[in-house]
Design a protein. Structure first.
Length: 224
């Protein structure tokens, strides 16, 4: 598992870095290096922590194509990956090649802090939910059960909620105002996925309907 983890993480981060700097056309772009450093350190930290704390959860997060996964979710993830890399390229072009956006350093730092905060907050999701796989399916082989503790006692999709922190932080850190509208695009994509995931869980996971009745909000308390 560790070999697969290191290879896949290295490939993913390598592709992100190549995408960013190829579009930027400038290896001296310090915001790009800061972004990659946060993702590299965050990935290493998550991996080492999960190897020790919850290797079953780590293994479930190593692939985006799993047995029993909803077909529509496979399509969603392929589209998401394509949009993700297009977004990174656009932000690099905007901030470094086209120079359309001019953000002060304090906003870059604020963006970096939001990315780190989003990663840190996600640890509370992993602490509470050993079934937090990146795909939509019921993990019957692991006797999946409803999780209603930790952040799941507040919202039904805390992973998505915390993701908004680093999604907002990324364009600020990279210095691209034109990257910010993509955050709304991601939210528009996440929202129907959350609803579809809930419908599947209501059908296939005992107790989820009762949990849904107890915890009213999906992403943001008092909003949705």
């Amino acid at each position: 598992m560790r070999t697969v983890l290191f290879v896949r993480t290295g490939v993913w981060l390598g592709l992100m870095g190549a995408d960013l700097f190829a579009a930027a056309g400038d290896l001296a772009w310090w915001q790009g290096w800061a972004f990659l450093a946060i993702f590299v350190l965050g990935s290493i930290g998550f991996s080492l922590w999960l190897i020790k704390r919850d290797p079953a959860l780590l293994e479930s997060r190593l692939t985006l194509n799993q047995r029993g996964q909803a077909g529509w979710d496979r399509v969603f993830l392929l589209v998401f990956i394509g949009v993700w890399f297009a977004w990174l390229a656009l932000m690099a072009l905007d901030a470094r090649r086209w120079h359309l956006s001019h953000l002060p350093v304090w906003l870059n730092a604020t963006g970096g802090a939001l990315v780190i905060l989003g990663f840190w907050a996600t640890t509370f999701v992993f602490r509470a939910n050993s079934f937090a796989a990146p795909v939509v399916r019921v993990q019957r082989e692991r006797d999946q059960r409803v999780i209603d503790t930790g952040p799941y006692a507040v919202v039904r999709h805390p992973m998505y909620a915390f993701a908004m922190l680093y999604l907002i932080g990324m364009p600020l850190l990279l210095g691209s105002l034109y990257g910010l509208p993509f955050v709304l695009l991601f939210v528009i994509g996440i929202a129907p996925r959350a609803v579809a995931e809930e419908r599947l869980l209501e059908r296939e996971l005992p107790g989820y309907a009762a949990y849904k009745a107890r915890v009213r909000w999906r992403l943001i308390p008092g909003v949705w």
